[in-house]
Design a binder for this molecule. Sequence first.
Ligand code: BTN
Length: 332
Amino acid sequence: MRNPAGSTDRRVDKLINLLVKNATVVVPGPKIASEIGVTRKKVWEWIERLRSLGIEIHGVHGEGYQLATVPDILAPSLLRAELGDIPMGRNIVHFFRTDSTNAVALKLAAEDAEHGTVVVAEEQTAGRGRLGRSWYSEKSNGIYTSVILRPPLSPAAAPVLTLMAGLAAQKAVSATTGLAVDIRWPNDLLVNGKKVCGILTEMSAELDRLHVVVLGIGLNVNHVHMPAALESIATSLRMEAHRGISRVQLLVTLLRELERHYQLLLNNGNKAITERWAAASTFAHGKRVRVVSGAGQTQATTTGLDPSGALKILRDDGCQELLVAGEVVEVK
Ligand code: BTN
């Protein structure tokens, strides 16, 4: 696949890989330049770029460069080295900065990018959220990624794919951080009642077949604080775990969990996901919620998950309903 415009030059990835592999020694500038096939000036420019992302690289005058710490950049070579031969992440497209990884992924999908292609950015300038909202995408501190799926499923499976992504993300976050992670229908992850992860599923379909599904996942990982407008509803994994979290490790675990849950859905059907989802979320049963949908707001109690992925609710006016879109907020 051709690298899309604006994505990170593959030779930057080689540079990172070279520094990681030789982390115990000072690597001479000319050696780096000749191994990756660029000028020494270019090497210096790229080192500066990496430093601007917070990667500590010592420059020993006249001798070369050496990493001070293991870099936590979502470089394809670092991710691929950990992933093994699974379809999720077989192709990884990295950006230092882009508008929205979902926008990029949808474009790549229209150009026939293969199933499992991953787009990842260190920063987004126009991160998209659900219901027309934006997604706060602070540089180098979050994971902003979009995964292209080509499921052999009908459009009716779309809601369960959305739940599947939330479930996989929950398993990845709790395994990596040790935190207790809740899932709010359909697929927000909450830690101590505040949001740490949001997922935006976008797709194109024909009447009987899903063409392509883009799972856009945003995770607040190492933010030291959240902007004032978000701090009452959102938090980061670092703020809750009181330690920095490796984004590389978390994204690798996330892609593995996505692969595992995707196979579970294909091989065992909707119920394999909806039952696990219901067991993993306090929102599935008996939760008092405010329902926000196109039709306005009502209060209700949740009564389970339908095999289609819809949330069953009993409204305060006594009506039972299946929620297929919109969102719920806990009422205390
Ligand atoms: C939500 O509103 O909860 C969904 C947020 C989804 C954000 C992610 S960040 C990576 C991907 N690219 C986007 O523009 N949005 C999604």
